[in-house]
Design a protein around this ligand. Structure first.
Ligand code: GDP
Length: 392
């Protein structure tokens, strides 16, 4: 499907930049337009793929291009104040050609955390296209203020979008890596997963597929709101000839060798579906109880078959307990077969409960520290006996 992507804040901008790079590399056709919004000039300048005229600096009057410094209330305020400028960049998007908006932000910081929900609310008021969020949760080692920001932003963002897709940095960081190197890898993972998911329905070079996933299936799976997570698994295969070879081999079934091949193809698909749903999700959660799901099987057509996808889909129905599980192919001439599972409307998410708990503790601590520091300052400045008088 074709998306208008808006990256809010540093993480949001970098992730959208990566989506553009992915789109250019694979010609996947998912980024119809890209905009970056930030209150920090330096972050906007660091982007490589988003065109300069599509980068919007907000809050200049308040923070002079230096960012809001992890203050997400200020982030929300400057977004509200400078919405006209953001709208100016969005006016350049041919909205009639996009299937949906995707607002991307790290929820632990200031600009994206505060601004992304404000922008989502604005877009929903103006356009009829669905507005999705892609929210990144901070690592648990980032500290209380980031957790508090994320918990408040999550709560606000989810109410303003048609669906909030969540990626949890905490379950993806690798110890021993530099933060920057770590983020680069994490961003690759994000873009790979969501690139396959949203790429379904936008076929590279117009391949013919048995039961291709189209944009409306993605939209229907995401409709109804709530929180979503994505599972992904891939296996290397030899990319053979193009689509004609794939179709031919599919129609020549019946021989012993072909049947063996087809059993192997089916088994590969079902095992990839299990690995995707039971492995590391973008947001770890209980699969049981998911409201809706979508299975996208991507890869060279000769490695995809209807039987495998149907079995994988049925298995997902059993695991989720949902009656609304869609599935289909995404033919791609690449050297792997991949299973991408979108679980939409998940509710049993211990990670969110833990995040909220830590946020409440951080909020209480901050209030205490603020009160104490006011008292301490009073103690320092006053002379005790009130013998000195201040000037005015
Ligand atoms: P903002 O510019 O004020 O919106 O804040 P940032 O986007 O710099 O940071 C917000 C949060 O996003 C941080 O607490 C990190 O958890 C996360 N983050 C920052 N940069 C990246 C990135 O490149 N990739 C990912 N996945 N997360 C990031």
């Amino acid at each position: 499907m074709k998306l208008a992507m808006i990256g809010f804040g540093q993480a949001g901008g970098k992730i959208v930049d990566k989506f553009l790079e992915y789109d250019e590399r694979h010609n996947s056709g998912i980024v119809r337009a890209a905009v970056a919004v930030n209150s920090a000039k330096a972050d906007l300048m660091g982007l490589e793929h988003i065109p300069e005229e599509q980068r919007v600096l907000i809050g200049q009057a308040r923070v002079k291009g230096h960012g809001v410094g992890a203050d997400n209330e200020l982030g929300a305020e400057v977004a509200e104040e400078d919405m006209d400028e953001i709208q100016g960049a969005i006016d350049g998007i041919p909205v009639h050609e996009v299937d949906a908006f995707l607002v991307v932000a790290g929820l632990g910081g200031g600009t994206g955390s505060g601004g992304a929900p404000v922008l989502a609310k604005h877009l929903k008021r103006i356009y009829t296209e669905p507005v999705y969020g892609l929210g990144v949760l901070p690592g648990s080692d980032e500290g209380g203020i980031y957790t508090l920001n994320a918990a408040r932003s999550f709560q606000t963002f989810v109410r303003q979008v048609d669906n909030l897709l969540v990626f949890d940095n905490d379950s993806w960081r690798n110890s021993g890596e530099s933060v920057q190197g770590g983020y680069d890898k994490i961003n690759e993972e994000i873009v790979q997963r969501f690139g396959i998911l949203f790429g379904a329905g936008e076929l590279e070079g117009g391949e013919i597929a048995e039961s291709v996933v189209d944009s409306s299936e993605i939209i229907n799976t995401l409709s109804g709101g709530g929180v979503s997570t994505v599972g992904y698994a891939e296996e290397e295969v030899e990319a053979t000839g193009g689509s004609s070879g794939g179709l031919l081999s599919r129609f020549t079934g019946g021989g012993g060798a072909d049947e063996l091949d087809s059993a192997h193809t089916t088994n590969r698909i079902t095992s990839l579906v299990r690995k995707a749903a039971l492995g590391r999700l973008t947001l770890p959660c209980e699969v049981q109880g998911t409201e809706r799901a979508l299975l996208v099987m991507a890869g060279p057509t000769e490695y995809l078959n209807r039987k495998g996808i149907e079995r994988g889909r049925k298995w997902l129905e059993e695991q989720t307990g949902s009656m609304e599980v869609r599935g289909g192919d995404y033919p791609l001439q690449r050297g792997f077969v991949a299973s991408c599972v979108l679980l939409s409307g998940v509710t049993n998410v211990p990670r969110i409960k833990e995040l909220q708990q830590v946020a409440i503790e951080a909020q209480d601590n901050l209030d205490e520290i603020r009160d104490e520091s006011e008292e301490n300052l009073d103690g320092l400045v006053n002379d005790g006996e009130d013998e000195l008088e201040s000037l005015f």
